[in-house]
Design a protein around this ligand. Structure first.
Ligand SMILES: Cc1cc2nc3c(=O)[nH]c(=O)nc-3n(C[C@H](O)[C@H](O)[C@H](O)COP(=O)(O)OP(=O)(O)OC[C@H]3O[C@@H](n4cnc5c(N)ncnc54)[C@H](O)[C@@H]3O)c2cc1C
Ligand code: FES
Length: 338
């Protein structure tokens, strides 16, 4: 059964199909409601249900407390409508002509960036430009109805091909396919652009960017866009990885260093062959060692959920205002039909 979802205070309405989360339905209708992980862990999609009932077919999300649920709060990435709903949630106004679309695309090039990261370069149909903001991501729509999220690693001003950095997940349905079977000229379908991880230039505060592994992908796009736009404030970029070989685009980043751009690579498990004289440990701890007071900075962080969670807690404790922390948590949503 299809239910009507009404958003307040904008009074916009859309239909949610059976099996679809409220968030999925909103995105399908081009309404960019706040979200990040889509896996029920980051709380970005938390909203109040003003009328109607929801259920959680994948189980009650661990990140939501029973007390919050009884006050009417729900996680829209997990909640399915059981009735028509009225929800207090504001779609994010994304600047420019950005609208969410479903498009076919062709794999133009596959390039091994490291042992477990593949560069996937996608050609979109030429009839209409694909507008997005540096830092956003796309969902690859798989033939069986499942979807997989990947950040766009190149900025819109240089987007003849969409560049994705795909990390191989052992036993992963899609990423193993990319490494083992995918051939150039393969056809895919994607939905996007999605997400709210893009540079806010409303305040010219110094920027602190932090990536874990392929969390570098959206940050690469944002950095290139910031350089192109001659972003005035200083930028500090910390890239955390296990070993030196996992910093798969290190030379590019090093070539960007300047008076206004500082790069700090941090390894959690340097290997003997790395002969590493640089920083070690958890990347967010390296940030805190250098910036014990984060109150004057804007922070952009992307990568594994554990890194984002730890950073969120410790960065806020170090004085970072909540509204100046922007993040993309590379969670993996439980499979659902699209
Ligand atoms: C907004 C967003 C942006 C993302 N951008 C990128 C990106 O630019 N580059 C990138 O490499 N990844 C990115 N990810 C993560 C990526 O979507 C997943 O790694 C991918 O969906 C895994 O697909 P799969 O079919 O290979 O694995 P699945 O078949 O879905 O999973 C197989 C097994 O591995 C586990 N698993 C799945 N993904 C991960 C993971 N990431 N880490 C640890 N265990 C996992 C699952 O629980 C399952 O047990 C992003 C995620 C989000 C939400
Ligand atoms: S908890 Fe719903 S998007 Fe992260």
């Amino acid at each position: 059964m299809t239910y009507k979802i009404n958003l307040q205070p904008s009074d916009e309405s859309f239909a949610a199909d059976p099996g679809e989360s409220v968030l999925e339905a909103a995105l399908r209708h081009g309404l960019n409601l706040p979200h990040s992980c889509r896996g029920g862990s980051c709380l970005s999609c938390r909203a109040r249900i003003l009328a109607g009932r929801v259920e959680y077919p994948r189980g009650f999300p661990a990140a939501l407390t029973e007390a919050e649920a009884s006050e009417g709060f729900a996680l829209l990435c997990q909640a399915r409508a059981l009735t028509d709903l009225q929800v207090e949630a504001r779609p994010l106004e994304v600047p420019g002509n950005v609208r969410i679309r479903r498009l076919p695309c062709r794999v133009q090039r596959l390039e091994r960036l490291s042992e477990d990261v593949m560069g996937l370069y996608l050609k979109l149909p030429g009839f209409e430009p694909f507008e997005y903001l540096a830092g956003q991501y796309v969902d690859i729509l798989l033939a069986d109805g499942r979807r997989r999220s990947f950040s766009i690693a190149n900025p819109p001003f240089d987007s003849e091909l969409l560049e994705l950095h795909v990390r191989r997940v052992t036993g992963g349905h899609f990423t193993e396919h990319v490494f083992e079977k995918m051939k150039e000229r393969a056809l895919l379908r994607l939905e996007g652009p999605l997400g709210q991880f893009y540079l806010r230039d409303d305040q010219q505060r110094p920027l602190l960017m932090m990536a874990g592994g392929t969390g570098y992908a959206p940050i690469k796009a944002i950095l290139r866009q910031a350089f192109q736009d001659d972003f005035a404030s200083p930028i500090h970029f910390y890239w955390g990885a296990r070993a030196a070989c996992d910093l798969y685009d290190r030379q590019t980043v090093e070539a960007w260093t300047s008076e206004r751009f500082a790069f700090v690579p941090v390894l959690s498990e340097p290997q003997a062959e790395d002969v590493w004289a640089g920083r070690t440990g958890w990347v967010h701890r390296a940030v805190l060692a250098d910036f014990p007071d984060l109150s004057g900075l804007d922070v952009y962080a992307a990568g594994p959920p554990a890194m984002i969670e730890a950073a969120r807690e410790e960065f806020l404790a170090a004085g970072l205002p909540k509204e100046r922390l922007f993040f993309d948590s590379f969670d993996y949503a439980a499979d659902s039909d699209d």
